[in-house]
Design a protein. Structure first.
Length: 384
């Protein structure tokens, strides 16, 4: 278990309400169910029971048959509703974990308050937005950290119309306006997003997309061109991927390319040197946290026979040089300072005893877990 001082992720009720509203707006109710006779929670329960089989089928595809995965899989309304039910909230919880770690390390919310004092809008581009879980979480964080909602310009990009419909429904219910762009990532035009010389702060999120583009080199090349050009502006870049070895290592390789473009890694890395974990054959970098699941997710996990209360994901954040200066980085902790837990290997000579595998200053080292203390989560920083 994680230490008690590491608070569980608890998705705010306002975000849950928006998620439920979007589902009920898109779902077909069981035959003979009059909406007016049931509360929204009761209607959600009926939809969830009806669509559980479809959620299970999606889960099996995502976890067991990933080589067959394509974004066209979610091309009809019923599958999109099932995705909203089964995956939207856990993706939002992982995004909350990333934002919390960023806030703890770099005082991100204080930076947002400073942004609120300037007259310029903040632009956010969610590339391959899916049902909008990442965009919803980021928008909620920015607005509730002090940015006026009218100053946030959200742009959602996806090639699947039903996913854009779902994302629009979620964000509208959350009180966030967004402009949608139905376009494949291989067709994105870097010049049409935002000029690198534009003085406005801009953000880009790529959530659970990079691994899906393994067989789409044109899309990967286009995204790299976008990120390379945007390093000249005030740019914050968030990358989220599954915590499995293949997907995580692909993200770690992208991380090194982004650093080569000139980005400063904000999380989880404590340095801007090449990732030392890429030299290891069986280790990869991911973060952990605890999720206080809402009741619908508890019931769904029971049906799936899984437990997602322990969050994990390859969660990364980067800042362009001008944005890093704007952030006034807390304790300069991203540049060769501190040590981040990236593993907990068991000692060969003492079964049941683990060390920390720490990443610092471009190198890895082991350190003992202090006797009598619970092991801390991967992705957290400890004092040297």
């Amino acid at each position: 278990m994680l230490p008690p001082n590491q608070r569980s992720i608890n998705i705010p009720g306002r975000m849950l309400d928006a998620w439920r509203t979007a589902i009920l707006g898109m779902a077909k109710l069981p035959r003979g169910t009059p909406r007016a006779e049931f509360t929204p929670d009761e209607l959600l329960s009926k939809v969830q029971k009806q669509e559980t089989k479809t959620v299970i089928e999606l889960w099996e595809t995502f976890t067991q048959e990933r080589s067959n995965l394509s974004r066209g899989l979610l091309g009809n309304a019923r599958q999109t509703v099932a995705y909203l039910l089964g995956f939207h909230l856990v993706n939002a919880a992982r995004a909350m974990l990333l934002l919390r770690r960023l806030d703890e390390r770099h005082d991100l919310s204080a930076w947002v308050k400073r942004l609120a004092a300037s007259p310029h809008p903040v632009l956010w581009h969610d590339l391959g937005c899916g049902t909008g879980a990442i965009a919803q979480t980021i928008g909620d964080f920015l607005v509730h950290s002090g940015l006026p909602v009218g100053r946030l310009e959200l742009h959602l990009y996806d090639g699947v119309g039903t996913l854009l419909d779902a994302a629009t429904a979620v964000l509208t219910a959350a009180g966030l306006a967004a402009k949608t762009h139905r376009v494949g990532l291989e067709s994105l035009d870097p010049a049409r997003l935002v000029a690198p010389s534009d003085p406005r702060v801009r953000g880009f999120s790529l959530g659970y997309v990079w691994n899906e583009l393994e067989k789409n080199p044109q899309a990967r090349s286009r995204l790299k061109a976008i990120f390379s050009s945007q390093v000249a502006g005030k740019t914050l870049l968030l990358l989220l991927e599954p915590a499995t070895q293949a997907q995580s290592r692909a993200a770690m390789e992208l991380r090194d390319e982004l650093v080569a473009f000139g980005y400063l890694p904000l999380y989880p890395c404590p340095h801007a040197a090449p990732c030392p974990m890429l030299n290891l054959s069986r280790d990869w970098c991911f973060a952990e946290g605890e999720w206080q699941q809402p009741k619908p997710m508890q019931l769904l996990d029971k049906a799936l026979r899984i437990d997602r209360t322990r969050l994990n994901g390859t969660l990364m954040a980067f800042a362009s040089p001008t944005l890093a200066a704007d952030l006034a980085l807390k304790n300069d902790s991203s540049v060769d300072r501190g040590a981040v837990i990236v593993g907990r290997p068991e000692r060969v000579d003492q079964k049941g005893t683990v060390d920390y595998l720490l990443c610092e200053a471009g190198a890895l080292r082991k350190a003992p877990v202090k006797a009598g203390t619970p092991a801390q989560a991967r992705g957290t920083m400890i004092n040297n």
